[in-house]
Write a protein that binds this ligand. Structure first.
Ligand code: 13P
Length: 229
């Protein structure tokens, strides 16, 4: 089955490069997360688009922040919540999830251990317990397993380990919330080589590509594998 492909473009590209990118990459199955100011260019091309971060406040005097209501008023359907690069605390992540769900935005909730030596399952359980506290529509949330120590390294994740973690997350959500179809993505140094192996993991629903989502050649190859093989 095809995987869900998400492009977290982070704080990369400027307007000229965004225009060039959109001439080369306009696959409407991918969900693109450009820097917020460039979102209208993706909407113009009828592409699926999301916001990299939203405010934990509902409205008011919060300079520089973007609210879930504002995001939803542009019909933007996705938001990344709790990416390790935003340094959010658990309480803010929980507030952001609730605001996304209130305004019909699908949150992509990032979870994952900081370092290779962490006890992964304990970390994930703790994060999920705190982030999902008092949330009713957990089935509307997508999860993304993103070990911090893998992000931006261009190293290859160990496939058998990744397979085990994805199954563990799904099993945990099933045991605790009785949800059997939670969507789980993986993100961390995905490239045109390792996608061939990552793509074969049966329970994995999709990928969250960072740096290589802004490298046109690499991303086209990644999309080709994830959406067609
Ligand atoms: P990289 O693909 O650059 O490692 O980033 C992953 C990520 O942070 C996606 O959200």
């Amino acid at each position: 089955m095809n995987k869900i492909v998400v492009a977290n473009m982070k704080m990369n590209l400027t307007i000229d490069l965004i225009k060039e990118y959109l001439n080369e990459i306009n696959n409407n199955e991918v969900i693109y997360f450009p820097t917020a100011i460039y979102i209208p260019y993706f909407i113009e091309k009828n592409l699926k688009v999301g916001i990299q971060n939203i405010s934990c406040y509902e409205k008011g005097n919060h300079t520089g922040e973007i609210s879930a209501l504002q995001v939803s008023s542009l019909n933007i359907k996705y938001a990344i919540v709790g990416h390790s690069e935003t340094n959010d605390n658990s309480s803010n992540i929980n507030k952001k999830l609730k605001l996304c769900l209130k305004y019909d935005i699908i949150p992509i909730l990032c979870i994952g251990e900081k370092s290779l030596t962490d006890d992964i399952k304990t970390v994930l359980k703790k994060q999920l317990d705190k982030y999902l506290k008092d949330i009713k529509n957990i089935n509307k949330i997508m999860l993304a397993y993103e070990p911090e120590w893998m992000i931006g390294t261009n190293n290859n994740i160990e496939i058998s380990k990744l397979e085990e973690i994805i199954s563990f997350i799904k099993e945990f959500i099933y045991q605790k919330y009785k949800i059997s179809d939670i969507i789980v993505l993986y993100g961390g140094s995905i490239n045109s080589h390792n996608i061939k192996y990552i793509n074969k993991i049966p329970y994995l629903d999709g990928i969250l590509v960072g740096n290589n989502s802004t490298n046109i050649k690499e991303f086209l190859k990644i999309i080709e594998v994830a959406l067609n093989q």
